[in-house]
Design a protein around this ligand. Structure first.
Ligand SMILES: Nc1ncnc2c1ncn2[C@@H]1O[C@H](COP(=O)(O)OP(=O)(O)OP(=O)(O)O)[C@@H](O)[C@H]1O
Ligand code: SF4
Ligand SMILES: [Mg+2]
Length: 375
């Protein structure tokens, strides 16, 4: 995305940019983010450890990795909705160049929902069961944006229409709507304050495949029409292949590999990405020959030294258990943290491993419709 594209998208905003915004700064720049969870009478959980990434205006980034690798914690730390025992221990989260980490809870109110909003899995838990859906969407417009009640309700009706819910259903209670409709209502709520970035944490996981496809198509359309940026957390790699520009693969609280979806899925460089892709079911692959990743992710209270994937990696070398790999960036925009690619190899795609990736033919998942499976 060019600076001009970003400027065009920002010109579409309904509300002014935050006063402290730095001109020309990217939408979101996360640097060296670490999150710890305090545990009673023991070592804390290092759930996120030195994570960095960048998201441009209008861009969609997928976030994938096995259960417990820190996807939700990363997302929650952006909006500072971490559980009570969690805290950002270091790093920065710059939105339009403004670091949100030192912001007080009161100051964060300016950014949460208004600039970054979230859609969680299972809308029923997030919606208030005793409040009409239309009122729930109108409420943040009234409270956070200070709009009069009539204007807020009009906007709520427009938003329901935008996500494909007939206006007359605004008076329904959540239990009167289908699962797909409730998830649409959640998306309308997330859009209420016209945010720049929407984070979807498994937003379609609880839905059947048809409704899942509809919701994803809706997110894609909204992204295009409203110029939204999207961060999509999912175990379904084919959803990322269909919906996202870039993908970030996390393992045990760290970034293993990140880059353009097509590139990364067709020629994964990190052994973990390759395993994740080859263990992902898709409709063309024979499920009996599906790969598995031996062992399980480490205990994040005592992560192993060096590369955290080493105990499960078929390519592990002596250095892997001693030193954490340094991230290298390749000319095609992919960055990888693995000793197979030492810093000197930056941008060099001469070796067989680097040129073709180590998974060989794993693009299958990228080209196929969702199989709805979990790695
Ligand atoms: N409140 C908490 N207290 C202690 N540890 C926690 C807490 N919340 C999460 N964790 C731990 O932090 C790590 C990262 O969890 P997180 O929920 O971010 O993973 P995830 O990638 O979103 O997993 P999933 O795919 O299952 O949603 C895990 O080891 C998890 O057990
Ligand atoms: S650093 Fe070593 S153990 Fe880790 S993924 Fe690369 S080769 Fe495997
Ligand atoms: Mg999660």
């Amino acid at each position: 995305m060019t600076v001009q594209d970003a400027a065009t998208l920002r010109a579409r905003r309904q509300w002014p940019m935050p006063k402290q915004a730095v001109p020309g700064a990217p939408l979101l720049e996360v640097e060296d983010l670490s999150v710890r969870f305090r545990m009673p009478g023991g070592p804390s959980v290092k759930a996120v450890d030195g994570v960095s990434f960048r998201l441009e205006d209008g861009e969609a980034m997928g976030l994938a990795g096995e259960s417990g690798c820190g996807k939700t914690t990363t997302a929650l730390s952006l909006v500072r909705l971490l559980p009570a025992n969690g805290r950002i221990s270091s790093g920065s989260v710059r939105l339009f160049g403004i670091d949100l980490v030192p912001k007080t809870e009161r100051q964060m109110a300016r950014y949460r929902w208004r600039e970054i909003s979230m859609v969680f899995q299972g809308a029923m838990n997030a919606l208030n069961p005793v409040k009409r859906v239309g009122d729930q969407i109108a409420e943040p417009i009234e409270i956070r944006l200070g709009q009069p009640r009539g204007a807020a309700q009009k906007r709520a009706a427009e938003l329901l229409d935008l996500v494909g819910i007939p206006e007359k259903r605004a008076s329904a209670y959540p239990h009167e709507l289908s699962g797909g409709m409730r998830q649409r209502a959640m998306i309308a709520m997330a859009l209420a304050c016209d945010p720049a970035l929407v984070i979807g944490d498994e937003p379609t996981t609880a839905l059947d495949v048809m409704v899942q496809a509809q919701i994803l198509a809706l997110l894609e359309r909204l992204r295009r029409d409203l110029g939204l940026s999207l961060m999509l957390i999912t175990h379904d790699l084919s959803v990322i292949a269909e919906t996202c520009d870039r993908v970030m693969i996390m393992y045990a609280g760290r970034v293993a590999e990140e880059g353009p979806v097509r590139r990364l899925f067709s020629a994964p460089r990190h052994p973990y990405t390759a395993k994740l892709l080859s263990s992902f079911p898709n409709i063309r692959a024979d499920r009996r020959t599906l790969d598995t990743i031996p062992g399980s992710p480490p205990d994040l209270r005592k992560p192993p030294p060096g590369c955290r994937f080493a105990p499960r990696c078929a390519h592990a070398m002596p250095v892997c258990t001693e030193e954490a790999p340094t991230e290298v960036r390749f000319a095609d925009g992919v960055r990888v943290a693995c000793h197979l690619f030492p810093p000197g190899a930056q941008g060099v795609v001469a070796s067989g491993v680097a040129a073709s990736g180590i998974g060989g033919g794993l693009v299958r998942a990228a080209a196929l419709p969702s199989a709805g499976g979990r790695p």
